[in-house]
Write a protein that binds this ligand. Structure first.
Ligand SMILES: [Zn+2]
Length: 465
């Protein structure tokens, strides 16, 4: 057995230029520091430390999750692996600060990532399979006019006006776009919206005015500005009555099975678009304007609110396929309501947790796995059920999964991501900790360490209980 120690990179590095350069500089420092040290070998894919269990650093930083080894026992002592871990960690901290998370099992601390993920990451950089060219992440588009279009281009889509089309393969979780609104406007009577927009437009440059006027209007009539807003505005937060108009994000079309997620970052005052599944070059980037209800309900809502008939991948399927989807969406809604019921959560948490697990599987089927925004919420619900009955071990795992989903669909800078991250570190911070009972009481470190993924999931969802 023995104890492991090391550090994890949380969150992992992106393939963006900034992260790549930082990692390169870090590796340079490591190489210089260990030049002439016979135990450190620099390969074409990886830097090995022939000490302890041979911890390693990949040349490609986005693949890196953990640097660690057993630190107890004769081999660890003779090869001085603990020194290497300490030194490499202090160099890494100088570059990556709080992203470097140290842990040592001697103090009952454990790594952030599950071992199966870590092993998969190590396999990926120790294998000989060449990796695709890294894709840069777009920078914040403050002006709304000069987007980094490395990832997409604006094109005319037959029957749908303009849309965004991927110009490279975009991996799941990538930030495709980050854009400040051209203007924000409170929803109201068309006459009022029209006047309000006219006032705001006067303050903008000619270019930006032109950009606004070039946006599509599905509601012709006396209030053209209000029509543009109604056709194009993205809500500033779920259910918000304030909408933002963007010169690029507004071109993103709707799908009932989207491949991207839009989120308003209230703290930073910008809209982000993240890929919720791998998007292939040539595919249109699509978000959901309306996800709830049956196909008929959605069609009606899209017609009334945005002025178009949906003919997405789902809506153009056969009636049988649409019917099966309608049934799943009704189940999703029913389960969502069951999970949100505080009385059930208090009296029969086992059932509430089972409903979460059931919902997880239906979501996966309905959205073909590309459902990370709903997953983040689902895992947060499972967190709340666990923490309200004192189960810190499962609560911290659920918070961790919710956090990882949030990072993928909203980014590390989203306030919701930060909130769930703090709960992952300390579940007792939540106001409902022990609120219903302490019958499931566990400590945060009581999560099992040596289970395979299936057995771990059984433990997590209490399936064998
Ligand atoms: Zn549709």
């Amino acid at each position: 057995m023995g104890a492991d120690a090391g550090f994890d990179m949380v969150p992992r590095l992106s393939q963006g230029v900034k992260d790549r350069m930082k990692w390169e500089r870090f590796l340079e420092v490591v190489k210089q520091h260990y030049a002439g040290d016979g135990q450190v070998e620099v390969g074409s894919r990886v830097i090995y430390f022939k000490a302890g269990e041979w911890p390693s650093l990949p040349i490609e930083g986005h693949k890196f999750l953990r640097f660690s080894s057993k630190i107890t026992g004769r081999i660890a002592a003779e090869t001085g692996v603990e020194n290497y871990i300490r030194e490499v960690m202090s160099m890494a901290k100088a570059f990556f600060g709080g992203q470097i998370r140290p842990w040592t099992e001697l103090c009952d601390e454990f790594g952030f990532y599950r071992w199966d993920f870590v092993h998969a990451s190590i396999k990926s950089y120790e294998s000989e399979v060449p990796t695709p060219e890294p894709i840069p992440i777009t920078s914040v588009n403050n002006q709304g006019t000069d987007c980094d279009t490395n990832l997409y281009k604006v094109m005319t889509i037959p029957g749908r006006g303009r849309g965004l089309v991927a110009t490279v393969d975009i991996p799941k979780g990538t930030r495709i776009l980050c854009e400040k609104p051209l203007l924000k406007v409170e929803s109201s009577m068309p006459e009022f919206v029209n006047r309000c927009v006219a006032e705001k437009l006067k303050l903008l440059s000619k270019d930006k005015q032109g950009g606004f006027l070039s946006l599509h209007n599905n509601f012709p009539g006396p209030y053209a500005f209000a029509g543009v807003v109604r056709t194009n505005a993205l809500p500033c937060g779920p259910g918000s009555s304030v909408g933002g108009i963007y010169l690029t994000a507004c071109f993103i079309n709707h799908s009932c099975i989207p491949n991207a997620h839009n989120n308003w970052n209230e703290a930073a005052q910008y809209e982000t678009i993240h890929a919720t599944r791998d998007i292939l070059v040539g595919e249109e980037i699509l978000i959901s304007y309306a996800a709830e209800g049956s196909s008929q309900t959605r069609q009606q809502r899209l017609r009334e609110s945005f002025g178009f008939q949906c003919s997405c991948e789902l809506c153009s399927q056969s009636p049988q396929v649409i019917q099966a989807s309608d049934k799943r969406r009704a189940d999703i809604q029913r389960l969502d309501e069951t999970i949100g019921d505080p009385v059930a959560m208090m009296n029969s948490p086992q059932k509430s947790l089972a409903a979460c697990h059931n919902l997880l599987q239906i979501l996966d089927k309905e959205y073909a796995g590309a459902v990370i925004a709903l997953l983040a919420r689902l895992y947060y619900d499972a967190f709340q059920i666990s923490v309200a009955h004192g189960d810190q071990a499962r609560a911290s795992v659920f918070a961790e999964r919710s956090y990882m989903s949030r990072v993928e669909c909203e980014g590390e800078d989203s306030p919701a991501t930060q909130w769930v991250k703090s709960l992952m570190q300390n579940p007792t911070k939540h106001s409902t900790f022990n609120a219903y009972s302490t019958k499931w009481r566990t400590s945060k470190t009581a999560r099992p360490r040596n289970l395979d993924a299936d057995s771990f999931d059984k433990w997590l969802w209490r399936l064998s209980a």
